[in-house]
Design a protein around this ligand. Structure first.
Ligand code: MG
Length: 222
C-alpha cells in the first residue's frame, strides 16, 4: 500500500515514505515545545504528516506558500501538473487542493495556511518556533532566503529540517544541500541523521560549542 493511502487516499506531492514518517515524529516532539512552521505547502502532503504530528503533540503548524507554484512547476517546466492550472487565470493555484487536504484530514485549526512569500511573512514574525521545515523554491536565492529569514526564530533545542538534499549534483539541484551545509557551518546546529533527502539539524542550546564549530576551529585556528 502506498503510504499516502495511510491518509485515506492519494495526495499529490513529493515525499518518500520514510521522510513522511520522520516528519510526523519530529512534529509530534517539536509541537510540545512550541509552534512549528513549514515553507512550501504545495498540495498539503508534508503538511498532512507534520499536522498529524502537531495534533498529537497539542501544537500547531503554520504553512507558508504563495500557492502559485515554484519555478519548475510552471507550464512547460519539468514538474508542471495541468490539474493545478486555474482555468480562469491560466496560473498555477495549489490552494484549493491544499485546503481540501486539510479538510479531509480534519486538520483545519491545527495547520494554519499563510498565503504569501516566506521572506515577507518573516519580516513581521515575532513568535519563537520549535520546528522550521524548508521545502520551498529550489533556486539558491529562494532556499537561502528561506533559511536566512527563519533561522533566528528557532528556539534552542528546536529543529531545522531541509528537504531535497542531493549531495550528488547528477541527482538533483544543489541549493538545499548548500543551505544545509551553510547551516551546519554556522556552528549553531548539531546534525541529526539524514533520512532519504531530508536533512535534520537541531539548534544547539545557548552556550554550547557544537561539533561543527569545534571542527571549524581546529581547521582555522592560527
Ligand atoms: Mg521537497
Amino acid at each position: 500500500m502506498d503510504f499516502r493511502e495511510l491518509l485515506g487516499r492519494t495526495f499529490k506531492g513529493f515525499l518518500a515514505e520514510e521522510e513522511a514518517k520522520r516528519l510526523y515524529d519530529l512534529a509530534r516532539e517539536a509541537s510540545r515545545l512550541g509552534a512549528c512552521l513549514e515553507i512550501g505547502s504545495y498540495c498539503g502532503l508534508s503538511a498532512a504528516f507534520l499536522g498529524l504530528g502537531c495534533r498529537e503533540g497539542g501544537g500547531v503548524l503554520y504553512s507558508i506558500d504563495h500557492h502559485r507554484g515554484s519555478e519548475e512547476q510552471q507550464p512547460g517546466e519539468a514538474y508542471f501538473d495541468p490539474d493545478l492550472l486555474d482555468a480562469k487565470t491560466s496560473r498555477i493555484d495549489t490552494l484549493p487542493l491544499f485546503r481540501e487536504t486539510l479538510e479531509e484530514l480534519s486538520l483545519v485549526g491545527t495547520v494554519i495556511p499563510i498565503i504569501g512569500r516566506s521572506a515577507e511573512v518573516a519580516a513581521h514574525w515575532r513568535s519563537p518556533l520549535a520546528l522550521v521545515f524548508i521545502d520551498g523554491g529550489h533556486t539558491f536565492e529562494a532556499a537561502f532566503t528561506d533559511y536566512n529569514s527563519w533561522v533566528s526564530h528557532l528556539i534552542p533545542g528546536g529543529y531545522l529540517a531541509i528537504h531535497d538534499l542531493f549531495p550528488d549534483p547528477a541527482k538533483g539541484g544543489q541549493a538545499p544541500w548548500c543551505v544545509y551545509n551553510l547551516a551546519l557551518a554556522s556552528g549553531l546546529f548539531e546534525a541529526l541523521p539524514t533520512i532519504g533527502t531530508l536533512g535534520l539539524l537541531r539548534r544547539a542550546p545557548c552556550g554550547t560549542v557544537t561539533s561543527a564549530a569545534a571542527a571549524a576551529w581546529e581547521k582555522l585556528r592560527p
